[in-house]
Design a protein around this ligand. Structure first.
Ligand SMILES: C[S@@+](CC[C@H](N)C(=O)[O-])C[C@H]1O[C@@H](n2cnc3c(N)ncnc32)[C@H](O)[C@@H]1O
Length: 392
């Protein structure tokens, strides 16, 4: 019905938006944008419908909206949400000229200045943001991160104490920054809420970025090792930290019933779209395993130990959930120093000795190990141990 009057199309588009029918809303707002290209709200609504629907690259319509109406705070805010680093910091600066009291934009500005490496400017932005909205935990968290980035550990720790009262779950990942400079126990660095947020934000471009840009081969190598060991389909299998389901593609071959567990809701949505899993659970893997009734023949943890510090609780929980002779296939970013720590890419790496000791204590023996790179990290191959462990 491309020839209907724009008013009718707009009403239909609003109805579709209300019903959260994003494909239809996108189609109708596109029709409107073409019919009335001078109308910025159509372009902005088109972008929002596409974002909600998880389809298409919405930056272009959002740019059109800002070009047509450069002083609209909403359009600037929506466009900035699609940009990164310096570009985002600049858009937020424009937005803050129009709406100096926009507390969240101020907190975001501090974050993107930090990302672009401007620690002092980030600290100034976070301090102003805290004055504008002292109740917003982000402002204290970003101030802590900026202070740490500027090399002031005591100042950072001080802001962190105030931040953690408002956000004990550490959604911003300040604990990781403190651990990196030795001001917090390494094992405390990665908060589940932070990891979930990172992967929620990453989910749309995860598959393409991981397999395309970063050359991710973790599940494929693990699957090949299971084949070499002639592992047969083993009843119930669990994909620990299943993400968008790339690991499920391999694991499904060894499972009659496949369960996926992950912290990130958006990643689980992607995994669900593959139709590979019999059940998906939004949970932290160790807690979930502790509460599960177990009975798994095989488990996989592909590129997941990077988010777990001490592996002893994880391997203990996996072992208890496995049937006798059950199998765990996992990747570990290998560290040459002893123990485990925060490594390149700001995630954990573990030494072979740490893995072996924790595995033995959990009643798991190493059946096979290969060394290589599961993917690139900061343009370098990531030293990786690919391991198959068996429950004794
Ligand atoms: C790099 S992705 C790997 C996903 C998938 N295994 C694959 O091979 O593509 C890591 C995933 O582990 C999840 N994750 C990290 N720590 C977790 C934890 N403690 N509990 C549950 N999921 C976790 C993240 O949310 C993310 O989806």
């Amino acid at each position: 019905m491309a020839n209907r009057p724009p008013r009718e199309t707009l009403e239909a588009a609003r109805r579709a938006t209300k019903k959260r029918d994003w494909p239809l809303a996108s189609e109708l707002f596109l029709e409107l944008s073409r019919a009335q290209p001078e109308q910025p709200s159509h372009w902005n609504n088109l972008a929002l419908a596409r974002i909600h629907g998880g389809h298409g690259e919405p930056t272009c319509p959002q740019r059109r909206a800002v070009l047509l109406c450069p002083d609209n705070a909403n359009y600037l805010n929506n466009l900035s949400a699609r940009e990164r680093g310096d570009a985002r910091a600049r858009l937020l600066e424009r937005l803050l000229v129009i709406r100096p009291d926009h507390a969240r934009a101020r907190a975001d500005q501090a974050f993107y200045l930090l990302q672009a490496g401007h620690a002092d400017a980030a600290l100034r932005a976070a301090r102003v943001a805290h004055v504008v909205a002292p109740e917003l935990s982000e402002n204290l968290g970003r101030a802590a991160q900026a202070q740490l980035a500027a090399g002031d550990v005591d100042g950072g720790a001080n802001f962190f104490r105030r931040y953690s009262v408002l956000d004990p779950d550490d959604r911003l990942g300040v604990r990781r920054d403190l651990a990196r400079v030795g001001a917090l126990d390494t094992d405390q660095a990665m908060s589940p809420a932070f990891v979930a947020g990172v992967f929620d934000g990453y989910s749309e471009r995860f598959d393409e970025h991981l397999t395309g840009t970063l050359g991710y081969v973790g599940p494929r190598v693990l699957g090949g090792m299971l084949d070499t060991l002639s592992i047969q389909p083993a009843g119930r299998a669990v994909d620990l930290g299943c993400g968008s389901g790339l690991s499920g593609i391999e694991l499904r071959r060894f499972a009659d019933h496949l369960v996926g567990v992950d912290l990130s809701e958006r990643m689980l949505e992607r995994a669900g779209e593959r139709g590979l899993y019999d059940a998906l659970h939004k949970a932290e893997v160790v807690s979930w395993l502790e509460e599960s009734s177990g009975g798994f023949g095989i488990a996989m943890a592909a590129d997941v130990t990077s988010y777990l510090g001490d592996l002893a609780p994880f391997l203990g929980a996996v072992s208890r959930a496995l049937l006798p002779n059950g199998i765990l296939a996992m990747t570990v970013h290998e560290r040459s120093a002893s123990g485990f720590g925060i490594a390149v890419g700001d995630t954990y790496s573990h030494s072979f000795e740490h893995v072996e000791t924790a595995a033995r204590a959990a009643g798991l023996r190493i059946m096979a190990i290969e060394r290589g790179a599961m993917r690139m990290e900061q343009k370098q191959p990531l030293p990786t141990m690919f391991l198959v462990l068996g429950k004794s």
